[in-house]
Design a protein around this ligand. Sequence first.
Ligand code: UD1
Length: 428
Amino acid sequence: MAEEIIIVQGNNTLSGEVAVSGAKNSALKLIAAAILGQGASSIHNVPLISDIEVMSEVLRRLGATVTRDGHTLTVDTSAVNNHETPYELVSKMRASISVLGPLVGRFGCARVAMPGGCQIGARKIDMHLVGLEALGVEFVIDHGFLEATTPNGLRGTHVVLDFPSVGATENLLMASVVADGRTIIENAACEPEIVDLVNMLVAMGAKVTGAGTSIIEVEGVSLDALHPCEHTTVGDRIEAGTFLAGGALTGGPVTVRGIDPSYLRVALMKLQAMGCEIECGKDWITVRRSGKLVPIDIQTLPHPGFPTDLQAQFMLLAACAEGMSVITENVFENRFMFASELMRMGADITIEDHHALVRGVERLQGADVSSTDLRAGAAIVLAGIVAEGETRVHTIGHIDRGYEDYVGKLVSLGADVVRTQINDTTTL
Ligand code: UD1
C-alpha cells in the first residue's frame, strides 16, 4: 500500500509573506452554532482542512445541508431532524461534541457519542456536563452515547468552571443563549475563538456580553428570536504562530498577514526574548533574527497565556537555541510526544513530569520522523527545513487536519518541501 509523506530538504531558510487562513478552532464551532439559526447561515474564511470536512459531515448526519464555495461554507439547518452524532465521527475529531450545546438549545435533546481519551491526554468532558446540568440538562450514558434531555426546559444559571475550558465555555454558551433568564459563566475561557463564536451568536440575535473576559453574561432569548446570519471567521493565530516560529528558526524575515497581533501577545514577547525582532501592523506581523537564538522559559496557560498549541513549535526553537530552556506544559497532561521525534533528529531533551529541559544543539539532522499530532506535525516539518540533509515526515494526515496547503505555503516562503507517495515497504 502507498503512503503519502512530506520530504523536506534541509539547510534552508524561509522568507517572504504568507496569508493566514481562518481559524480552525473557530470555524468548527461556528458551524455547530449554525444549528441554532434554523436556516441557511454563510460562514466566510473557512479553512480548507480535513477537520472542517468532518464537522460538515457531523452536520449532514443531523439533516443539515452543507455546501462550500471556496472559503465560504453555507450551512442550512432548517431540515435538521436527527439529534445523533455517531462514534465514527466523534472518534475522528473530538470537537464533534460541540454540537451538544446547540442541539439541546434547539431541540431540548441530543445523543452524542462519548469521546475517548486522545494522544495528548485524557481530555475529560466533565465541565461540559456539570455546566449543562446546571442549565437543566439531564444526562444518561447509554452504550457509549451521552443522551441529553431537558425535561423542564433550559433555565439561566450561574456556573463557575473549575478551569477555563474552551470547549465547555462554548457548549455552555450555545445552550444558554436560549435558556430562560440570565446565565453567568465565571472562569470562562477568553480565547479569541470564544469572542468569534459570541460575535456570530450575537449576529444571530443572541444577547451576550463579556466575551474575551473571564465572566460572560448571557440573557436568554426565545429560539424563534434566533435567525441565520453571515459571519467571517477570525484569522488562525496558531497557524500564524507556526509560520512566525519558522521565520524565527531560519532568520526570516517572514510576514504573516490576516492576523490580529494582539491574539499572540505572549508568543511575540517570547520571540523577542529569544532574540527576534518583531514588527506589527493592524493585521500583519513580521519576524526576523540575525543573532543566535537565546534560550527561554515557557509555561503553557489558557489565553492570554502562552498557547499549548504553539508549544511544539517553540520547543523546536529551544532545541536550536544556545543554552538550556525549560518548557512547562500546564494545559494537557501528555503533550510532549513531539520531543521524542525531535530527539530522532539530534535534539537534546529531557522530560521530567510536565517539564521539558531542552539543551540547544549546534544542528539538527534530517531523519525519518512521524507527525505525532497536528501541531507537532507542523513543527517537525519546520525542523526539517533547518536540519542537515533530508527529513521524511510520516503520518501527515495530522497536518492536513489543521493547516490549509501547509506545503504550498512553505514552498512560497522558499522551502524545498514536497508531498509524495511512497511504497510502504520503505516506511518506518
Ligand atoms: C481547545 C482547542 C485545542 C487547544 C485547547 C486549549 C478546539 C477544537 N481545540 O480544545 O486546540 O489546545 O482548546 O487551548 O478548539 N478539561 C477537563 N474537563 C472538561 C474540559 C476540559 O478536565 O470538561 C481539561 C482537558 O482535559 C485539558 C484542559 O481542560 O487538559 C483544557 O481543555 P479545553 O480548554 O477544554 O480544550 P478543548 O476545548 O478540548
